[in-house]
Design a protein around this ligand. Structure first.
Ligand code: ADP
Ligand code: MG
Length: 213
C-alpha cells in the first residue's frame, strides 16, 4: 500500500467538502448534548490544513502527520482540538523510521488512538470519537494480520466506522460537556463520533478511488 503524501491535498479537500456538506446535521448533534460549536471548531482546523496542503504534499508521512497534528491543536480549540491533534502527533512519533505499508500503518494508527484515549482519559463506551477510532484501529489490525486486499480493508474500515458512530446513540456520555446531561444523552449520536466517521469514510473513498485507477 505505498500511498504517498501527494494524496494529501485531495484528501483535505474531500474531507472539508464532506464536513461542509454535513455541517447542519453535525451542529444539531452537538446542540442536542453539547454546545453546538463542534463543526465550527473542525472547520477552523480544516481551513488551517487547506492553507498548508501544498506544503504537506511535499513532506514524508512522519513530517506531514506532525504538522497536521500541530495545526489541528492550534486551530480547532474545544475538547476535540487537542484530541484530533494528539492522534496525528502520536502517529508521527510511532511512524519514525518505518516504511509505511498496511501492516505498519495499522500499528501506527493504533498508537495514535491509544494516545487519544490517554489524553481524553477515555475508554470505549463513553460516547465519544473514541467509539469510532478504537474499532477502526482494531479492524485495520485484523486486515493487516491477514494481508487483506485493499478494497476489502477499506470496506471494512467504512462499515466499522459507521457501526461505531451508530453505537454512540444508546450510550450515556461520561466525558466532555455531554457528560453534564447524563441519562439525557441517550438517543443522540455523539457529534465527534459522527465527524470522525465522516472523515474516515471520506479518506477510505479517496484512497479507494486512487487504487482503482
Ligand atoms: P467542546 O466539547 O469543548 O465544545 P467540541 O464540540 O469541538 O468541543 O468536541 C466535542 C467532541 O469531542 C465530543 O462530541 C466528543 O466526541 C469529543 N470529546 C470530548 N471530550 C472527550 C474526551 N475526554 N475524550 C474523547 N473525546 C472527547
Ligand atoms: Mg462543542
Amino acid at each position: 500500500m505505498p500511498i504517498s503524501p501527494t494524496i494529501l491535498p485531495e484528501l483535505i479537500d474531500a474531507i472539508a467538502d464532506t464536513i461542509n456538506a454535513n455541517a447542519d446535521e453535525i451542529t444539531k448533534l452537538d446542540q442536542a448534548i453539547g454546545d453546538g460549536d463542534h463543526v465550527y471548531n473542525l472547520q477552523r482546523g480544516l481551513d488551517g490544513l487547506l492553507k498548508q496542503k501544498d506544503e504537506l504534499a511535499q513532506m514524508d508521512w512522519v513530517a506531514a502527520w506532525q504538522k497536521i497534528g500541530m495545526t489541528l491543536m492550534s486551530t480547532i480549540g474545544g475538547a476535540s482540538g487537542s484530541l484530533f491533534g494528539t492522534l496525528f502527533v502520536a502517529m508521527s512519533k510511532a511512524g519514525r523510521n518505518q516504511e509505511i505499508n498496511l501492516q505498519s500503518f495499522a500499528e501506527i494508527f493504533l498508537q495514535g488512538v491509544e494516545s487519544v484515549k490517554k489524553r481524553g482519559r477515555v475508554e470505549v463506551g463513553e460516547k465519544t470519537m473514541v467509539d469510532v477510532l478504537v474499532p477502526v484501529a482494531l479492524s485495520l489490525q485484523e486486515s493487516a494480520a491477514k494481508s487483506a486486499p485493499l478494497p476489502d480493508v477499506l470496506n471494512k474500515v467504512k462499515s466499522t466506522a459507521i457501526a461505531g458512530m451508530e453505537s454512540t446513540r444508546d450510550m450515556i456520555a461520561t466525558k466532555g460537556r455531554a457528560s453534564f446531561l447524563g441519562e439525557r444523552t441517550k438517543g443522540h449520536i455523539d457529534a465527534g463520533a459522527k465527524t470522525t466517521q465522516l472523515m474516515i469514510c471520506t479518506i477510505a473513498d479517496v484512497i479507494g478511488a486512487h487504487s482503482d485507477s
